[in-house]
Each structure stands twice: as structure tokens, then as C-alpha cells.
Design a binder for this molecule. Sequence first.
Ligand SMILES: Nc1ncnc2c1ncn2[C@@H]1O[C@H](COP(=O)(O)OP(=O)(O)OP(=O)(O)O)[C@@H](O)[C@H]1O
Ligand SMILES: [Mg+2]
Length: 175
Amino acid sequence: MGQKLDYMAKKLAIGYIKKFDQIKEQGKGFYFYSQTKGSGKTSLMASMGNALMKTHFASVRVLTTNNLLHAIKNTFETEGYYKLMEQIKRVDILMLDDFGGERPTEWVNEVFYTILNDRMTGNKITFFTSNTEIEALQYGESIVNRVMKMAMPIKFPEESIREGIAKKTKVSWLC
Ligand SMILES: Nc1ncnc2c1ncn2[C@@H]1O[C@H](COP(=O)(O)OP(=O)(O)OP(=O)(O)O)[C@@H](O)[C@H]1O
Ligand SMILES: [Mg+2]
């Protein structure tokens, strides 16, 4: 993340946290996206989750969408499944990491439709990180429309902090 975005992202995050009581009523989250991997989307989302837990006592759940889909598949229609779906429906802030990375099968569409529809009708906040802009998501229109309604899109720069860190920490004995 360049210094400019670092500043902008921090400002956005702080503003959101400060105005959270108001934003909560609207049920709006963020959709952080960039094609470049390692631009800081997951880090910022997780930091916001921690801050909202501390400052507003919000319940937060961060899940990688791939792991979530596996958990649903593995527990399908067992007690564990209903418990998980209930938690996902009720948690104040759901953070879906790497949204849009999975193959959009009919089943995947059904799962996301159920989750997002439940959260939208319950006016619950959902955050997303993705390598795809909302309009280019490969899911059905009803899902894409719900994401648009539920989250403000923020484009991260096509620049990898991860690579920057890797270069800086390159072990000296290799050079
Ligand atoms: N503001 C920051 N200052 C310094 N380091 C950061 C900052 N944000 C993130 N990082 C570091 O940069 C790396 C990449 O961040 P992160 O995993 O959040 O990227 P990402 O955009 O989610 O990547 P991907 O698209 O692969 O999911 C991590 O090692 C993280 O610790
Ligand atoms: Mg990430």
C-alpha cells in the first residue's frame, strides 16, 4: 500500500468506526478489492473487525469464503450446520475474505444467496475482500445486486505490500 492509500484507507476506516452507530442503522459494510494480491485488503478488514469489537462491542466473524463453503458442505443439514448458519445470520458484522474466488456452481450461488439475503433483510453488516470488482463477480444477478446494496466498494491500489515486505526482508546470506 503506497503512503497515499495507506492514509486514505486509515481515514476511511477511522471515519467508519467513529460513525458506526449511524452506519449500523443502514447495515453498510465495505467491499475492498484489487486484482493484485497482497495489497492489504484482508489486513485492513481484520483490523476494522478488531476495532469494532473493542469500541462498539460488536460481534464479528471473519471467514474465508472457501473455508466457509467447506464447513457448510462438511456439516450439511447436521446440528453443526444449523448452528453455523444461525451464527452467520445473527453476527453483527460478517467479514467474508476472498469473495468471488470460488467456482460459481448452482450450489455456491444458493449458499451465498441464502446468507446475503438473510443478512440484508436483517439489516446486518457484511464486509468483503475480493480480487474482483463487484460488477465482474461470476455469481447470479441477485447476489451481485445484494453485494452492491450491502457494501461500499473501495479499490485498493494494484501494488503488493506483501512483495515489498518480502523484498525488504530478503535474507542477507542469499545475496
Ligand atoms: N498498512 C499496512 N502496513 C504494513 N503492512 C501491511 C499493511 N497492511 C497489510 N500489510 C501486510 O501486507 C501483507 C499483505 O496484506 P493482505 O494479506 O491484507 O493483502 P490482501 O490484499 O488481502 O491480499 P490477497 O489479495 O492475496 O488476499 C501482509 O503481510 C500484511 O501483514
Ligand atoms: Mg486477502
